[in-house]
Structures are given as structure tokens and as C-alpha cells.
Design a protein around this ligand. Structure first.
Ligand code: SF4
Ligand code: ZN
Length: 347
């Protein structure tokens, strides 16, 4: 049976059905629709004001590649300028290849690129060194705990270095739904209540952060990369397989098979959760060492580095069981959802 006509242009043959709506579209109309939906997310959420200098967290992977490409397409309409910021965590055999993909993207799209390295920012610590130091203490899980905290700090430092006013990351709807699930599984009500929204407003001197792809499904991110013929790096980090997030991902796949709207339902459920006043954590203060937002004397990054430098990484991880995130979202107040007078993307 021949493919149906594209439901948008009614000229070309459809090349795909949108995973959630079933709408049949040709590749060009799908990409234009995807870009329009990201534009709507940014404009309705007031995520990136005109004149913003935007640091795009670039990892070379599919999400940040699609994000950089879409924002580059939208930049004239949004009146923003872009700067790719890549973080070299120091993971041998993995990050070098991913950074090569980022360099190719920067050259092809004529975007400025700055690479910041853990080793330079954190007193010589690389993720490989952290892994060696934490070996025997649940290494892989620990690695992602350390890495998530340090990468957030490194991206902030890189963004400041290039004079950015805003930071964007490539988290998609599936990433966010996994995070919501992980927070449910850990019983972390405080983080659940803070985990919604499209970004954080940048309190405590931090740059405002947002996730323009947060309402886009992973499948459509992959489809966009396919139809735009984007060159990205798709190998998994050597420390990823044992991470807790993998269990949430498996669970989410099962839920999605039974209920296709499960991903967006989870994302929206986090937006609507409210904490009882008695359960609200105290407002964060400033880290006594670096001045970043902190709910204790030291911020997460300084506490982790402190433990590593004392040769007691387990101590730092132990603190993490109570106070540190494990690949979770930022512990910051969230921007509210955009007004929903326009339809939410139907995928
Ligand atoms: Fe870092 Fe874990 Fe991601 Fe690897 S999988 S880059 S260790 S957060
Ligand atoms: Zn600090």
C-alpha cells in the first residue's frame, strides 16, 4: 500500500506517523512542525528574551545536537545569539569522540565553541580519576552522582566564561519523565515539587537555565535528527549502564507500551504537584566556599570535591544519600509553565 499524503502540505508522500497523534507527515513538514513547537515552548514560557546570549550545553549526543540545530534555525526570530559550551569530563575512550562531534557541529554551523574541562576546573579531578577513587563503593552509580553535580557546575562556569546570559540543555520529555519516576521511587517529595517547569530563573547569582525540548518526545528528537541528517555521537558513556536512571527508563518503556501518553503525563504531573507547607525545605543559602546556592554550609559541588580531596569519597557519596542528587534535576525554584492558551504539542 502506498504511503498516505502528508496531512500538512497535501503534496508530498508522508514519511512518518507522529508517535502520539498518528498524524502522517512528510519529513519537511515534520521538521517545520517540530521547530514551531519548540518556538512555542520558548515564547510561551518566556524562556529566552530578545538579546539573550545563550550557552548551549553541547555534548555531541542527539538531544543537544537537535537543540543546537533547532535554536540556530529559530535564532533570528527569537533575536538571540548562541554559543556552544562543551564539558570535557575526562572519560577516556568516550568523551574525546563525543567532543569531536561537537567540534564538527560548531564548524558546520559556524557557531562559537568553548570547551571546559573538569581537570582544569576541579583541581585535576577527571571522571576517570573519580571512578578510580570510588572503586568498590558502587562505582558506576557513584560516578553519575559526582558527574551530574560537577557537570552542572562546569556548564555554569563555561557559560560565564563566554558572557552568556542564559543556559539551555537538551533534556527531552523522556528525560524529564525518568527524573520524575526516579524521584517517586526515592520518595523525594521536595524534588518532585521542584522538578516541574521548563527551567529555573537563576536565583542566587546562577544564570537562568531552561530546557526548550522538555515537551518533545525522545522518538521525535531522533526523527528530527534523522530528517535533518544531523551528525551526532550515539555511544553510551562507559559509566552509564549501572546508573539508577536505567531502571527508571526500563519502567517508563513498559508504562508507555501500556499507555502512550505516560511520558507527557508524568512531566505534567510534576508541574502540578504542590508541597504541603510543613514539607517545604528551608530556602537555600550561599555556599561558604564558592557562594553558589546551597541548602547546607557547602554546595553539592564543593561537598563532593571536599570528600574527594580528603581521600574520603565515600563520605561525600554518603552525604549524597541524604542531600545529593543522583542524575536529578536542579534543586532550584522553577519557572511556571507557559500559559496553555495555545495547544500543547500533541506528541
Ligand atoms: Fe557523567 Fe554518568 Fe553521564 Fe557518564 S553517564 S557522562 S558518568 S552522568
Ligand atoms: Zn560551593
Amino acid at each position: 500500500m502506498p504511503a498516505p499524503q502528508c496531512a500538512s502540505c497535501n503534496k508530498a508522500r508522508a514519511a512518518l506517523r507522529r508517535p502520539r497523534s498518528g498524524q502522517a507527515l512528510c519529513g519537511a513538514c515534520f521538521c517545520a512542525t517540530f521547530e514551531a513547537e519548540v518556538l512555542h515552548t520558548v515564547v510561551a514560557g518566556r524562556l529566552l528574551p530578545p538579546g539573550a546570549v545563550v550557552a548551549v550545553g553541547a555534548s555531541g549526543g542527539k538531544d543537544s545536537t537537535v537543540l543546537a540545530h533547532v535554536l540556530r534555525e529559530l535564532a533570528p526570530r527569537l533575536d538571540i545569539s548562541l554559543h556552544l559550551v562543551a564539558v570535557d569530563e575526562g572519560i577516556g575512550g568516550y568523551r574525546d569522540a563525543a567532543l569531536a562531534a561537537v567540534r564538527r557541529q560548531a564548524a558546520r554551523w559556524e557557531l562559537p565553541l568553548t570547551v571546559v574541562a573538569y581537570a582544569d576546573l576541579f583541581g585535576g579531578w577527571t571522571m576517570d580519576a573519580v571512578a578510580r577513587s570510588t572503586a568498590g563503593s558502587g562505582r558506576s552509580r557513584s560516578c553519575c552522582t559526582f558527574c551530574g553535580v560537577l557537570r552542572r557546575r562546569a556548564l555554569e562556569e563555561g557559560a560565564r566564561l563566554v558572557g552568556a546570559t542564559h543556559v539551555v540543555t537538551g533534556h527531552n520529555a523522556d528525560d524529564m519523565a525518568e527524573t520524575v519516576l526516579m524521584n517517586f521511587l526515592r520518595g523525594d517529595a521536595g524534588r518532585l515539587a521542584r522538578g516541574g517547569g521548563l527551567g529555573s530563573p537563576g536565583e542566587g547569582g546562577a544564570l537562568p537555565r531552561c530546557r526548550p525540548l522538555q515537551l518533545a518526545s525522545q522518538k521525535e528528537v531522533v526523527l528530527y535528527a534523522h530528517f535533518r541528517r544531523l551528525d551526532y555521537f550515539s555511544e553510551e558513556c562507559v559509566y552509564a549502564p549501572e546508573a539508577f536512571r536505567g531502571h527508571a527508563r526500563d519502567l517508563l518503556k513498559m508504562l508507555e507500551a501500556a499507555r502512550p501518553s505516560a511520558v507527557l503525563d508524568l512531566v505534567h504531573s510534576a508541574e502540578r504537584l504542590a508541597l504541603a507547607p510543613a514539607a517545604r525545605p528551608p530556602p537555600p543559602g550561599a555556599c561558604s566556599r564558592c557562594g553558589a546556592l546551597a541548602s547546607r554550609a557547602l554546595c553539592q559541588a564543593c561537598a563532593l570535591l571536599d570528600g574527594l580531596n580528603r581521600g574520603r569519597p565515600r563520605l561525600a557519596i554518603g552525604k549524597g544519600r541524604r542531600g545529593l542528587d543522583e542524575e536529578g534535576p536542579p534543586r532550584e525554584p522553577q519557572l511556571s509553565r507557559p500559559p496553555t492558551s495555545q495547544p500543547v504539542p500533541d506528541f
